[in-house]
Design a protein around this ligand. Structure first.
Ligand SMILES: [Zn+2]
Length: 716
């Protein structure tokens, strides 16, 4: 089923392709500079947790096209960010005062973790140890200058360690220097304290908060004081999430994922499920085929370090254009004009000569001549920095699309959805789970496929699961962005976007190959970049490039088409990684005044939060992972503004209760006292754990939908 692939680590990126801004430890000490500074080879790319010097440094990164996958967090004016960058870029940042604190993932780690997962799966299969395993496995007191209001105070226990998290607001909103300290007491009398950090977003004060703090046992009292003399009232922290799903019945089947899955593997899995559970499954071919794992073939004519023209094929490389040659020649005669000819798969540009027989064509003239004479076959642009230079005699150079994957069909791709249920006729409330809008988030299709197979396998053996599939119509799109995912597995593991290159001019230089594509989760129509909302880019090389227009991409049109053609869908989950978030609309705001999309009504907000607690409780059932209360809420409040995202599309356009998971919660390192990020492509054991726990969360979403439909029927 899985065959050997060629693995390459595409090395350099012209600009930052990603910036995952993550939580520094307000409360936990900001990480000290390591004794041995973390460095990368100049052309090596890695995901690095970096402590930035200040907000200005962050702003510069964002301005140069960084995309944010977690929200910025400040402590003492410093910010911790997870950035995908090259050694050169890291060195630049370090020279400007930043400090690297953790290599979350190196470029080669993804392919190594993939290969390890496949090897391990093959070993298990040979040994006959096949999955599935079955069975269990607040008002404030007045104060001197300011008043403090406790917004959140929660505690929970995970893996034997109790944590406390608090969020407060001061009335001194404009004072950036006000310091707030939280004090706690446990039932057996232990006490302690920790500082909070001010959180501003888009220039506006939001609140003060800290990362979850370890405490020795259940906290029973929390108070806070401010440096201005403010004192909060004492509160009793609440248990989070304080909701647990029904216990799994004996014989409940799970653990259907034993390796990372490429889009080709996912296609095979969909086919197998449809065959195995014929009575419960439809496969839906979504209407918009993607470009496929294909790209135009390109070459430098000349030397980019001296003078060059970029020549590319109009058709894709696999359409007979890989291997086509291009050259410039000296006619060897005086007074010749510039000519272009194409014969036997060789594009020949004969340079113009003067009265002495010397070649006189410039780079601009050569590019213009190719575009004028061979517009149906070739496009030429002057390489950035080569404008107006004399064109050398060069070549032949071979055009190539640069794609390394040999096991991926080079043709348009049909994205597929699974539909699961006993009654797949629109008569039951619908739930949609979709994953891998972002190509590099390899754990996310594992979550949705584990969920789908759990529902199907247990429907035959577990009456409660059968009843769920009697009452709910379940839709699953395991990989929304298969082309980008194929590229992530075969060529450049940090690929986030799709493979469609909308760049024009010098940005089409093949040196930018790993930065092309559209961010699918910024390409929708609600609260979009095109409407003036924050959190997407018009720069085709940016990690959060919004596309040429709303819904310019087949991938995003497919999600909309599925939801629109099945109006019974009332709940949706958009599965991303990483960071451990549970979010809902509004997901975007305008920069000026930070005006968000409309807030849900009180009733809907209550439904969002109560359902979230149930789903967070179900996630925790697997291995104790608790999604923090500070990361549970509206996208615009707990993460950042994401203009044109799909959850807002589904909620505001179609009235669907639309959530987002960021799977892959930070893990607590008791030795260092730090929360550690897991990255996009962790060692398979971690990805497997994420798939198991978040699949449980999706099952709970199905129960939420069933309960919602039952309540509607009772009242309606
Ligand atoms: Zn994502």
């Amino acid at each position: 089923m899985i065959v050997r692939r060629r693995w390459t680590a595409a090395a350099t990126t012209a600009i930052l392709v990603s910036a995952v801004l993550s939580h520094p430890g307000p409360g936990s000490a900001a990480p000290a500079a390591p004794a041995n500074p973390i460095t990368l080879a100049a052309t090596e790319t890695a995901l690095v947790r970096v402590q930035l010097r200040d907000q200005a440094q962050l702003d510069r990164l964002v301005a140069t096209g960084a995309d944010l996958a977690n929200r910025p967090r400040a402590r003492d004016g410093r910010i911790l960010a997870d950035l995908v960058l090259s050694g050169t870029q890291l060195a630049d940042l370090t020279a400007q005062g930043a400090t690297a604190v953790q290599i979350v993932q190196r470029a080669g780690d993804g392919s190594r973790h993939f290969a390890e997962s496949v090897r391990a799966a093959q070993t298990r299969t040979r040994a006959g140890l096949r999955a599935p395993a079955s069975g269990q496995r607040t008002t404030a007191a007045a104060a001197a200058v300011d008043t403090l209001q406790v917004q959140q105070a929660y505690w929970w226990t995970t893996s034997g360690q109790t944590f406390l998290q608090a969020q407060l607001a001061t009335t001194a909103t404009d004072d950036p220097d006000v310091e707030i300290t939280v004090s706690w007491r446990t039932a057996d009398g232990a006490t302690g304290s920790f500082p909070l950090s001010r959180f501003e977003d888009s220039g506006e004060y939001q609140y003060h908060y800290a990362l979850p703090q370890p405490v020795p046992s259940r906290p029973v009292q929390l108070t806070a004081t401010s440096s201005l003399g403010g004192v909060s009232r004492a509160v009793t922290p609440s248990l989070w999430p304080n909701a647990a799903p029904p216990a799994l019945p004996a014989g409940y089947q799970k653990d259907f994922i034993d390796a990372y899955l490429t889009p080709v593997d996912i296609q095979a899995r969909i086919k197998r499920l449809a065959r195995q559970y014929r009575d419960l499954v439809d496969v839906i071919d979504l209407p918009n085929q993607t470009q496929g794992y294909r790209r135009n073939a390109a070459a430098y004519l000349g030397d980019p370090a001296v003078a060059a023209v970029v020549v590319e094929s109009v058709r894709f490389g696999d359409q007979g254009m890989n291997g086509v040659q291009v050259r410039t020649v000296d006619p060897g005669r005086r007074n010749r004009p510039l000519t272009v000819s194409y014969r036997d798969r060789v594009l020949t540009v004969t340079l113009a000569t003067d009265t002495a027989g010397k070649t006189v064509s410039t780079t601009d003239e050569v590019a213009a001549a190719i575009n004028a004479r061979q517009p149906n076959r070739f496009r030429a642009t002057v390489e950035d920095g080569s404008a107006g230079l004399p064109m050398p005699v060069a070549g032949p150079a071979r055009l190539d699309d640069g794609l390394q994957g040999t096991e991926v069909p080079a043709r348009p791709w049909t994205v597929q959805a699974l539909r699961l249920g006993v009654h797949r006729d629109g008569s039951r409330v619908g739930v949609l789970a979709y994953s891998q809008e972002h190509a590099r988030e390899w754990a996310t299709p594992l979550v949705t496929l584990e969920f789908a197979e759990r529902m199907l396998a247990n429907a035959r053996t577990d009456p409660a699961t059968r009843e769920l599939l009697e009452q709910v119509d379940v839709f699953v799109i395991p990989t929304v962005n298969p082309d980008g995912a194929n590229y992530s597995f075969n060529d450049f593991n940090f690929q986030r976007k799709n493979l469609v290159n909308h760049c024009v001019g010098p940005a089409r230089d093949p040196k930018n190959r790993t930065s092309w594509g559209v961010d699918i989760n910024r390409n929708y129509t609600v609260g979009s970049y095109f409407d003036g909302y924050v959190g997407a880019s018009a720069n085709c090389l940016s990690g959060s490039y919004a596309g040429t227009a709303e819904l310019s991409e087949a991938e995003s049109r497919n999600v909309v088409a599925l939801a629109e053609s099945h109006p019974n869908i009332k709940f949706a989950m958009n599965v991303h990684s990483y960071g451990g978030y549970f979010m809902w609309p509004p997901g975007a705001y305008r920069a000026d005044g930070r005006i968000t999309l409309p807030r849900p009504s009180i009733d809907e907000s209550t439904l969002f939060l109560n359902s979230a607690r149930r789903i967070v409780g179900a996630i925790a059932q697997e291995r104790g992972t608790v999604t923090w209360p500070s990361q549970t809420g509206p996208v615009a409040d707990v993460l950042y503004s994401a203009a044109g995202n799909s959850a807002d599309q589904l909620y505001y356009e179609l009235g669907i209760f639309a959530w987002d998971f960021e799977v892959g919660n930070d893990r607590w390192n008791a030795t260092t006292g730090e929360w550690e990020g897991v990255g996009f492509q962790p060692p398979f054991d971690e990805a497997h754990g994420e798939a198991q726990e978040y699949a449980g969360g999706l099952v709970e979403m199905v129960r939420v939908a069933r309960d919602y439909a039952a309540a509607q029927a009772a009242t309606g």
